[in-house]
Design a protein around this ligand. Structure first.
Ligand code: GLU
Length: 275
């Protein structure tokens, strides 16, 4: 077990980001209830075991598309804002229902890009999140897509989750997605592409491996995950990219098992050798 993974066993405050491709069916844009239910059981159980969990969730726009019965994502910003307003409620309803089944209280926070540019907004978010965590609540966070446009928009939840991890002083950020991690080629068309287990330095080679945006549903893709990794690791937080389709991966990661790709926190190895 690598030293950077070993240390994950001791992590207490965990930010989990789940992407649209994990939460919604690709054909109908409706929510994948089977997967959401298993994810929530896993999160509730980790919380029961003593971890502090913060969930950053995408899927509002996809859920809005599904609920409105549209076939695809509209082109205009106002329509997408409207779908986010519809879908955020759908999403929270499902989270509320499943978390309640396990006796877990949740609290919703809808953030904007102001947390990146304005220390006052960051402080307000930190106060609210800290209070929720202290109350034993799992904060459930998304970007406020119904009002966040232009300069106040972060635009993707990978970057948002890294900012949240920094704000709450998380021990680890785990990004759940529809692929096993970062590969040294494109696994969709290169059968020799291999999973990179650990990225000790985000250099130009790693940046090149992360192409553009990923699926039709999500905004992310590897590009924004690498951006998130830079924010997190510089803030002293290890980040992982893990396949969210395999139930149990979260637990495995937190047991130090070799799952997905880890970007160890900058200075992690130094800290480990000092111990
Ligand atoms: N905030 C968007 C949503 O909930 C998703 C952004 C992303 O895919 O990263 O639909």
């Amino acid at each position: 077990m690598s030293a950077a993974r070993e240390i994950l066993k001791n992590s207490k405050r965990v930010v989990v980001k789940v992407g649209t491709s994990t939460l919604a069916h690709s054909g109908s844009y409706k929510l994948n209830l089977y997967r959401i239910e298993h994810l929530i059981r896993e999160l509730a159980d980790l919380h029961n075991s003593g971890k502090e969990i913060v969930l950053v969730t995408s899927g509002a726009i996809a859920a809005g598309i599904g609920k409105a019965g549209l076939k695809s994502k509209p082109d205009t910003i106002p329509e997408n804002q409207a779908l986010a307003a519809i879908g955020q409620g759908v999403l929270m309803h499902i989270y509320e229902k499943f978390f309640a089944e396990y006796g877990q209280t949740i609290g919703q926070l809808l953030l904007t890009g102001e947390i990146a540019t304005d220390e006052h907004s960051r402080e307000n978010a930190r106060n609210s999140l800290t209070a929720l965590i202290k109350m034993g609540v799992i904060p459930v966070i998304n970007e406020n897509d119904a009002v966040a446009v232009d300069e106040i928009k972060i635009g993707d939840n990978d970057n948002l989750s890294a900012m949240v991890a920094e704000i709450v002083g998380a021990d680890v950020l785990i990004i759940l997605t529809d692929i096993d991690g970062l590969f040294d080629g494109n696994p969709k068309n290169d059968e020799n592409a291999r999973l990179i287990s650990e990225v000790s330095k985000i250099d130009s080679r790693i940046e090149k491996l992360a192409g553009g945006a990923g699926t039709k549903l999500g905004t992310g893709g590897m590009f924004t995950k690498i951006q998130a990794a830079k924010i997190a690791t510089r803030a002293g937080i290890s980040m992982l990219i893990v396949n969210g389709k395999e139930i149990g991966n979260l637990r495995r990661v937190l047991n130090g098992e070799e799952v997905g790709t880890i970007f160890p926190a900058v200075g992690e190895t130094d800290r480990l050798t000092v111990r």
